[in-house]
Design a protein around this ligand. Structure first.
Ligand SMILES: NC(=O)C1=CN([C@@H]2O[C@H](COP(=O)(O)OP(=O)(O)OC[C@H]3O[C@@H](n4cnc5c(N)ncnc54)[C@H](O)[C@@H]3O)[C@@H](O)[C@H]2O)C=CC1
Ligand SMILES: CC(=O)C(=O)O
Ligand SMILES: [Mg+2]
Length: 372
């Protein structure tokens, strides 16, 4: 198979779909890999590194899209990239379609086979291709929140851990999954007063076993959420209903009644955000203020630490890239029900139930869509 790796074009996005070591694996399996010039430059990989791994360097993204049978990316295709997709071509990347009607419409039109990293599942109820980036974003959320609380960024002027004799900041983390757990690790490490809310009691038990009395793991009712958010200095939004638009758990009213200079980091913004006043921002201008509350809502947070993130992502994606390349997409998807859960759009049909329900499209069973 010919696998194409274009250079990412989203604002301040320096990750790349494949590192040279992954290219070498594909070459060893008899595939051809074409890489857009400078695709890896942001994380220190030159064109020569890719050539040494066996790739061919291509000068224009349009030629990568024209020649490749499968495109491997990181971020959802931007409008100019969507226009280059074609019928029968495989696209393997993050998509986050539920809050993104224009992208969904373009992918339907393209008739390409669009497999989303974030809805691929595993045997343990996890999301193995989302997990590594949730680890990164969860850890980063506390750094971003700590900065947002600084006075020069319009924050309350608080140090997360306080100092002897002065109280630490109260960090409230909504969602105790991969993002929430990693955020809690960093917030505890910095000495903050940490509350994690989740509505899955098994998640709360896991947090309790892991952190003991260093955090408070609280069942997330509307009542508990309101009480803790209104008392918070920093709120982290890390909830997920896989594939679906995030529920708006923190309302405009909550934001109005939060302490002036408090901050929110809505990590769930890539699924539309779990805070009513959130709108996606970029690394170029990551924050804005609503009712004196600093909002950080960057939809590609791991893009800020692209070297760590690219390696972590590639470790997870490589086995699936190899399955698709070795077997072709039809057999690979039929053989692996977890990869099949990643199929969101094929031949103009929506095969992810939560995306179809959120955006009002008909849902087609992915196994049925594949063999038709
Ligand atoms: N902005 C960015 O750059 C990035 C964003 N993300 C996003 O972060 C979000 C969280 O991802 P993960 O932690 O991997 O998901 P996860 O599935 O590991 O955890 C989500 C948690 O939310 C909980 N939850 C769901 N509904 C809830 C509710 N109403 N109240 C309280 N808890 C609730 C679930 O029980 C689960 O424990 C996703 O939207 C993901 O796409 C992930 C990586 C990077
Ligand atoms: C998951 C995601 O949206 C990202 O890593 O950018
Ligand atoms: Mg206020």
């Amino acid at each position: 198979m010919i696998i194409g790796v274009p250079k990412e074009i989203k604002n301040h996005e320096y990750r790349v779909g494949m590192v040279p070591a992954s290219v070498r694996e594909l070459i060893n399996h008899g595939h051809e890999v074409i890489v857009e010039t400078n695709a890896g430059i942001g994380i220190g990989f030159s064109d020569q590194d890719y050539i040494d791994a066996g790739a061919k360097i291509i000068n224009q993204a349009s030629d990568v899209f024209a020649q490749a049978e499968m495109i491997v990316k990181v971020k959802e295709p931007q409008a100019v990239e969507r226009a280059m997709l074609r019928e029968g071509q495989v696209l393997f990347t993050y998509l986050h379609l539920a809050p993104d009607l224009p992208q969904t419409e373009d992918l339907i039109k393209s008739k390409a086979i669009c497999i989303a990293y974030e809805t691929v599942t595993d045997d343990f109820g996890g999301l193995p291709l989302l997990a590594p980036m949730s680890e990164v974003a969860g850890r980063m959320s506390i750094q971003a929140g700590a900065q947002a609380l600084e006075k020069s960024n319009a924050g309350r002027g608080m140090l997360l851990g306080g100092v002897p004799g002065v109280e630490p900041a109260k960090v409230v983390i909504i969602g105790g999954g991969m993002v929430g757990n990693n955020a809690a690790q960093m917030a505890v490490g910095m000495g903050a007063d940490v509350v994690v809310l989740d509505r899955n009691t098994n998640v709360l038990r896991k947090l309790d076993a892991q952190f003991g009395n260093k955090i408070k793991a609280i069942y997330s009712t509307a009542d508990a959420l309101e009480k803790h958010v209104l008392a918070a200095d920093l709120v982290i939004g890390g909830v997920l209903i896989p594939g679906a638009a995030a529920p708006k758990l923190v309302t405009k009213e909550h934001i109005k009644n939060m302490k002036p200079g408090s901050a929110i980091v809505d990590v769930a913004i890539d699924q539309g955000g779990c805070i009513e006043t959130s709108k996606a921002t970029t690394h170029a201008e990551p924050t804005y203020i609503v009712d004196d509350v600093v909002h950080y809502c960057v939809a590609n947070m791991p893009g800020a630490v692209p070297r760590t993130s690219t390696f972590a992502l590639n470790n997870a994606t490589l086995p699936y890239i190899l399955q698709i390349a070795n077997k072709g997409h039809v057999q690979a998807l039929l053989d692996n029900k977890h990869l099949l859960n990643g199929l969101n759009v094929i031949d103009g049909q929506i095969t992810c139930r939560s995306v179809a329900e959120n955006l009002g499209f008909d849902y087609v069973d992915p196994a049925v869509a594949l063999i038709n």
